[in-house]
Design a protein around this ligand. Structure first.
Ligand SMILES: Nc1ncnc2c1ncn2[C@@H]1O[C@H](COP(=O)(O)OP(=O)(O)O)[C@@H](O)[C@H]1O
Ligand SMILES: [Mg+2]
Length: 345
């Protein structure tokens, strides 16, 4: 809720949704309004001078502190933001040659997974950056981003720990001098999460599921391999972040189990966009955005035929992964099943 909504909602409704607001009324000796069908602003206005003197009611203070009380209590209680993202809309801009994109508007609904495909340098990361920044015709692409059909408040851009978007970027260079345990703790405590120890163990465990070589709480983050740091970031984001929009930039190149990673990151109510060169990830998406020369040229719905091919691709992929593991562990490879048999069997 915004401050305006809080002061204008009937108090009985506000308290039904947020029982802790009774405490606010009590703190200000105005608990007699707790069942009122009038809003806080109306109730406070109805307090007479005499009354306010007798009960030491500071009307101004009530109006100026109510929003802080609300936000602090919600944070303390770990209540998630109810401003859910139901949809994200891309409004066309232009490509690198300043030619207009032709898709007009494209709306992505919560729980959809959208892939972004195109050659290196074509503008995939740029598109993710437009979304992260909630571009408002003020980026090199001139695109605009709408959330739930409207241009979002610019506060999202600057809010510390922007909760709207969780981004996993292509290049992750840790420069901080922290252990894995300290890193997770830092993240968890900045999000006011209870049971940090348990949470940390869960994150490390998930990360180790994704990464090839295991690491521990005591491993310095600067000594993690590419795959390990990527795995840590994915597990961290999946478990700690409640962001309704998840942006993923090429998770495939880092030697992690990318399918598990995607499953971990994707959850029902989220909007997921992922730039990828990986056919398996691309076909796991519901739709894919095609980018050329900085512009979106097409948006393709994954067909049933393609979904069926995904099954074959996964078999081939498992086959290759198995060979990789064998090679890595020093084995000699032998002709087993032919690839055709792998696909058919
Ligand atoms: N529509 C555009 N107009 C101008 N510059 C663009 C546009 N799209 C992408 N770029 C720029 O092109 C470069 C490559 O884009 P990038 O998103 O990194 O490609 P990719 O992630 O597909 O490899 C970046 O410098 C990016 O800012
Ligand atoms: Mg890129």
């Amino acid at each position: 809720m915004t401050r305006d909504q809080i002061i204008n909602t009937p108090l009985c409704e506000l308290i039904a949704d947020y029982p802790f607001m009774v405490t606010f009324l009590e703190n200000n000796t105005i608990q007699r309004f707790k069942d009122s069908k009038d809003s806080l602003i109306t109730c406070v206005a109805s307090i007479t001078e005499d009354e306010s003197e007798e009960w030491a009611i500071d009307k101004k203070n009530i109006m100026s502190t109510v929003f802080d009380f609300y936000t602090q209590m919600r944070a303390l209680l770990g209540i998630k933001d109810e401003e859910t993202v139901k949809s994200l809309t891309l409004v066309a801009g232009h490509n690198k040659s300043k030619e207009l994109e032709t898709f007009g508007e494209f709306t992505i609904h919560a729980s959809e997974i959208i892939a972004i495909v195109g050659p290196t340098g074509s503008g995939k990361s740029r598109l993710l950056a437009d979304i992260e920044w909630t571009a408002d015709r003020d980026t090199p692409t001139n695109r605009q981003i709408k959330i739930n059909g409207v241009v979002p408040d610019k506060k999202w851009r600057f809010a510390s720990g922007n909760k709207l978007v969780a981004q996993l970027s292509q290049n992750m260079n840790f420069v901080m001098d922290l252990t894995v345990g300290e890193f997770i703790e830092l993240h968890a405590s900045s999000r006011m999460i209870e049971g940090i120890d348990e949470m940390s163990i869960k994150i490390l465990d998930k990360a180790n599921h994704l990464a090839g070589e295991p690491f521990t709480m005591d491993t310095p983050i600067t000594s993690l391999s590419g795959g390990q740091s990527r795995a840590l970031m994915i597990a961290d984001t999946a478990i700690l972040s409640h962001s309704p929009i998840v942006l993923i930039d090429e998770i495939e190149n880092a030697g992690i189990d990318r399918k598990k990673a995607l499953e971990l990151l994707v959850s029902e109510e989220k909007v997921v966009l992922m730039a990828t060169h990986d056919p398996i990830l691309a076909l796991m998406a519901d739709k894919r955005i095609i980018i050329k020369n900085g512009g979106i040229t097409d948006i393709i719905v994954t067909t049933d035929e393609e979904k069926a091919m995904l099954v074959e691709l996964e078999k081939v992929d498992n086959y290759i992964q198995a060979k990789r593991t064998e090679l890595r562990t020093g084995a000699r490879l032998h002709m087993g099943k032919s690839l055709l048999e792998v696909i058919n069997g």
